[in-house]
Design a protein around this ligand. Structure first.
Ligand code: ADP
Ligand code: MG
Length: 487
């Protein structure tokens, strides 16, 4: 009995079929798997009660199927719509559950819905002003001094790639300790590179979410202390808005509204950017972000992952054949702007395992350089086709609003092949594309400083004596607009 139960537990990992079969043998046969298997199993253990139970359960099952059949077409359609609606509302919020923080941050308000408040004052905006920006949301400690006309006066970045490399991903505790050890040195170096003292900067901006809470806290606490000590205006930065606004640092003539494709380690979204603090999500990922997919493929191919596996996969893909491994483009039948990269990652893993079998190798780890390059190139090609398809749909959707500029932002936007392919898509649709230089796509201090400049320019600052950090931080005003506009 014990053995059978253990077997049952084990087989449940293999799926429902394994579970029901073993479960049937140890318990009364009230879990039919289908008439044929029931009858054959039944004839081996024939007690009368078994016959009755089996017949009853078969009847019960038949009845259930009949009920299901009777569900009117309309009702089924309604249920499907409801499920779809639920899923849509979930997307975009998946990585940022609103616990009220959105309402208490810098989102514009007032009668016109466009007014900001300056909770810690503003610098003199009649002349160029400077901001010290601090970033510690994940595994890089960054600081920079940026002037309000977009000039980066000085910056410094302490990468933790070596620390996390051994673990195959970011370890929050280690990241926090490294931020604590490096932050002051990084701030000093950025100031020194700018040839300025803290007293000379006009304001301080720091990332307050989303990110690893214990890491965010390190940067935020220090920035609060500095702002209070030096009596400077203080701005709590939304990391995703900071990524998007880097496009306006790169191209000062870029005016709202524009479309943004934000692809990073934590996010994969298409957004309509209407103004500071005013964004609307057209599509988000239903599972993994693109950066996450790159990182997982890097791990599968045993490439360096410290500081993100994307660059290593991109480098390997250059030597491979992008059509050598047939992979399925995700969500082909869904006509919306959402993404899904989890299935593609599994698709690549299975293809790699099959390739190892075909080559008579023990495991994926034994694959040769050329096979690994083909896998990397085919993954990258399929991932980009998925990007192109969703993006083209979103571009066509917003053209009616007079939007014809795409901002490509976030860590993954550093990828040269993605830049090249999306630029070609923009040219085909007669759009223009703005993309920051690769080093400003990934996390660094200038993004916090520039986002603070943008916030201060519209008259928005936060209270340094009362600033929270948010691991999850709702970003755009929901998906309603998207729901109406999607085909
Ligand atoms: P976060 O997601 O923590 O905000 P970033 O915005 O810096 O961090 O994005 C990091 C992600 O970008 C990682 O998943 C990394 O693999 C990915 N990435 C960085 N450079 C490239 C590249 N050249 N190609 C593909 N992905 C890249
Ligand atoms: Mg980032």
């Amino acid at each position: 009995m014990v053995t059978l139960l253990l077997l049952a537990c084990h087989s449940s990992r293999m799926g429902v079929r394994g579970w029901t079969r073993v479960g049937w043998l140890t318990r009364s046969p009230s879990r039919p798997t289908g008439a044929a298997s029931l009858v054959s199993l039944f004839s081996q253990s024939s007690t009368e009660s078994n016959i009755i139970n089996t017949t009853e359960s078969l009847l019960e099952q038949q009845q259930q199927t009949e009920e299901q059949r009777q569900l009117s077409k309309e009702e089924r359609k309604k249920r499907k719509e409801l499920a779809k609606e639920k899923r849509r509302n979930f997307i975009g919020m998946a990585k940022a559950v609103d616990r009220g923080q959105f309402a208490t941050t810098y989102q514009p308000g007032g009668v016109d819905g466009m007014t900001f408040t300056a909770k810690s004052g503003l610098p003199d905006r009649s002349r160029p002003f400077t901001v010290l920006g601090i970033e510690s949301s994940c595994d890089d400690t960054g600081a920079a001094i940026v002037r309000s006309d977009g000039v980066i006066l000085g910056e410094a970045l302490a990468s933790q790639a070596d620390i996390h490399e051994v673990w195959g991903g970011v370890v929050p505790g280690l990241a926090k300790t490294a931020h604590e050890e490096n932050l002051d040195r990084v701030i000093d170096l950025a100031l020194r590179n700018a040839g300025m003292s803290l007293a000379e900067v006009d304001a301080i901006g720091v990332t307050v979410g989303p990110g690893l809470e214990i890491c965010l806290r390190v940067g935020c606490k220090r920035a609060q202390e500095l702002a209070i000590e030096a009596n400077k205006p203080f701005v709590g930065i939304h990391h995703l808005e900071a990524h998007i606004l880097m496009a306006r640092l790169e191209e000062p003539s870029l005016q709202f509204p524009f479309l943004a494709l934000l692809v990073s380690g934590g996010h994969c979204q298409i957004l309509k950017c209407l103004g500071i603090g005013r964004y609307s999500i057209l599509g988000g990922t239903t599972d993994d972000s693109l950066g996450e997919a790159y990182d997982k493929i890097a791990r599968l191919l045993k490439l360096p992952v410290g500081g993100g596996g994307g660059p290593a996969v991109e480098a390997l893909a250059k030597n491979g054949n992008a059509t050598a491994i047939p992979l399925t483009v995700p969500l082909l039948r869904r006509k919306d702007c959402d993404f899904s990269y989890s299935g593609l990652k599994t698709n690549v893993r299975r293809a790699a395992e099959q390739l190892a079998v075909d080559r008579g190798l023990n495991s994926v780890d034994d694959l040769g350089e050329s096979d690994r390059a083909d896998l990397a190139a085919s993954f990258q090609n399929t991932a980009i086709i998925h990007l192109e398809q969703r993006l083209e749909r979103a571009m066509k959707l917003v053209e009616g609003d007079g939007i014809t500029t795409l901002a490509l932002v976030g860590g993954v936007a550093a990828n040269k092949e993605i830049r090249r392919r999306l630029d070609a898509l923009c040219q085909k649709l007669q759009w223009s594309m703005v993309v920051p230089p690769p080093r400003l796509c990934t996390d660094q201090g200038a993004m916090s400083a520039w986002a603070a400049v943008e916030r201060l320019k519209v008259g928005s600052s936060d209270d340094p004596t009362n600033q929270e950090v948010y691991a999850r931080y709702p970003f755009a005003f929901e998906t309603k607009e998207r729901d109406e506009s999607v085909e």
